[in-house]
Ligand binder design. Sequence first.
Ligand SMILES: NC(=O)c1ccc[n+]([C@@H]2O[C@H](COP(=O)([O-])OP(=O)(O)OC[C@H]3O[C@@H](n4cnc5c(N)ncnc54)[C@H](OP(=O)(O)O)[C@@H]3O)[C@@H](O)[C@H]2O)c1
Length: 262
Amino acid sequence: MDLEIKNKVAIVFAASKGLGKAAALALAKEGCRVAICSRDAKKIERVAGEIEAISGSAVLGRAVDVGKKEDIDRFIKNVVDRWGTIDILVNNAGGPLVATFEQSQDDEWLKWYNLTFMSVVRAVKAALPFLKQNNWGRIINITSSSVKAPIESLVYSNSIRLAVVGLAKTLSRELGQYGITVHNVAPGYHLTDGLERIIDNRVEQGQKREDVLNEWSQNIPVGRIGEPEDLAALITFLASGKAGYMSGTTISVDGGLYAGTL
Ligand SMILES: NC(=O)c1ccc[n+]([C@@H]2O[C@H](COP(=O)([O-])OP(=O)(O)OC[C@H]3O[C@@H](n4cnc5c(N)ncnc54)[C@H](OP(=O)(O)O)[C@@H]3O)[C@@H](O)[C@H]2O)c1
């Protein structure tokens, strides 16, 4: 199927590994020019080269802390200086700390609000003029299954990510007139370093790694933990020309884990 995104300019935030990297690679394989970032300059440049070599598409890698407005603004400018426009925005950031409500701290709430929510606000603000100019655009936020069903000991994620969902729905209603669609993708368990940190936390509490993975897998109807590519496939479709009549959704990629009907 031709996804109609060859040569589109896509930005994927927080993409030196895990879900962001898989999304960047999948978009590059569809022929998008892709800009990726993370905090480690050497690493992101290496990953940009890797994706470019695999896909044959142009890839730009820059050091950016998505918790900093000035970094986001500079990155968007770098992309526009290089390619003249922006078509697709995939918002992503490192996941909030593991904590129960009683463990949560005032300053940590603000830190994760800044990283998880304000990063999306700032990225959309900076990129929007270019999406509007094209009268075509895609905004896709990587959130979590926690937006549909809260996850134990992830109070920051369970709470703050819902602000991203509310923002995306609002944007979908405001920006549809410019040909811009907006979605959230809600990953369940996907094997990445980010997930490994949650597993390590359980191991510290006395569980065995394999028991944690088995416990999760048993509760997933398709019977396995996801790969980053499972999420990347949905992101690529939502970014495509074929998804032009969809907007404002929050879609799970969780092997059927979420038990609700809607
Ligand atoms: N994997 C899952 O099963 C799963 C499930 C639900 C939700 N999620 C959420 O999806 C997102 C991605 O998860 P993941 O598993 O792919 O994580 P990951 O494997 O830890 O990768 C995180 C990426 O984000 C970058 N990053 C972290 N903080 C950043 C910052 N302040 N500025 C710029 N880049 C930053 C990291 O690079 P540097 O450290 O070099 O900056 C890395 O490239 C997280 O929000 C996570 O909570 C993941």
